[in-house]
Design a protein around this ligand. Structure first.
Ligand code: NAI
Ligand code: A1CAB
Length: 276
């Protein structure tokens, strides 16, 4: 498969993550006619239809005319029930099944559909909407090389992807980059609020917070230096940055971050048992 121009992609569930992926795919040149989505929520369907001009359906089985790829973009809580709903359509067409759901394993999807199906479990994140996603992918044994290339083409359209050799690594990716944008947004929210307390206007604080985050992220991406070296370059001895970093260290920010990422990893593991 050399091109995405003939692919037919069906999204089951058209919420935040599906919207990020659909937006990213359209930005990369897929046409609206190649993509469709189903969702029981009327408001959600209207939003997706108005924003992306793709076909939307209330019935999950209404858009299964020989799709190449079915993207499962529903919450882990409803995955089992949704797969029972679409099982017959999927078994008729045998598309590549790509799941974006946190915690749900390929073994569960095989058990709920068929062990013969090609299933890729992925963990994208919402920056996929602007082509800046960070994505981990794990393929079950049925996935053929051509299907792997197809998955890469889709994920490359919305960001940077890596294949994982062990499925347990998807939980770690979930804790790192799947949930990660929220960690950075939270940090930025607090930074902005602190700057407002120091007397900046809300507008200036918001602008400077965002530009600082973007600048730091781009510098980290483009530089050959380690994150530690880049941090040290900002930190003059006995200067302002050192004062701030000392305050973080006194609160053991490294332990706080480690505990938070461990908690997300653990939640990813327990999700699969909870909704089995
Ligand atoms: N939001 C994020 O940053 C990320 C989310 N994910 C995963 O993506 C999946 C979706 O999450 P979000 O998009 O954030 O949630 P969401 O709640 O925005 O979207 C889920 C959509 O599924 C629809 N839905 C509910 N029952 C359905 C059914 N029976 N058939 C079809 N659609 C149904 C809902 O109406 C909703 O629009 C989850 O499994 C989550 O773990 C993965 C990576 C990042
Ligand atoms: O919070 C969640 O469970 C999903 C998975 C990763 C990001 N959002």
């Amino acid at each position: 498969m050399n091109s995405t121009k003939d692919l037919r992609i069906r999204f089951v569930g058209a919420g935040n993550m599906a919207a990020s992926l659909i937006g990213g795919l359209l930005n990369k040149g897929l046409t609206a006619s190649q993509i469709s989505a189903s969702d029981p929520g009327l408001a959600q369907r209207d939003y997706i239809k108005d924003t992306f001009r793709i076909m939307v359906h209330e019935d999950n089985n209404a858009h299964f005319g020989m799709p190449d790829i079915v993207v499962l973009a529903v919450k882990p809580q409803v995955m089992k029930q949704v797969l029972a709903d679409v099982k017959a359509s999927i078994l008729t067409n045998e598309p590549l099944v790509i799941s974006v759901a946190a915690g749900i394993t390929t073994a569960q999807i095989e058990r709920w559909l068929s062990p013969q199906l090609s299933v890729v479990r992925t963990m994208p994140n919402t920056p996929a909407l602007i082509g800046q996603g960070a994505i981990g992918m794990f393929a079950n044994e049925q996935v053929k090389d051509a299907q792997k290339r197809m998955t890469e083409q889709i994920m490359d359209a919305v960001g940077t992807s890596v294949w994982l050799s062990k499925e347990s690594q998807v939980d770690a990716v979930t804790a790192l980059s799947g949930s990660g944008p929220a960690y950075f947004f939270m940090f930025m929210e607090h930074l902005q609020a602190a700057a407002e307390q120091l007397g900046l206007t809300a507008e200036d604080a918001a602008l400077l917070t965002k530009k600082t985050a973007v600048g730091a992220a781009l510098l980290a991406e483009r530089s050959d230096e380690s994150l530690a070296t880049l941090r040290e370059r900002v930190t003059s001895p006995n200067g302002t940055t050192a004062a701030a970093l000392d305050a973080f260290a006194r609160q053991h920010v490294d332990e706080v971050i480690n505990q938070a990422v461990q908690a997300a990893n653990e939640r990813s593991v327990t999700l699969s048992r909870e909704f089995d």
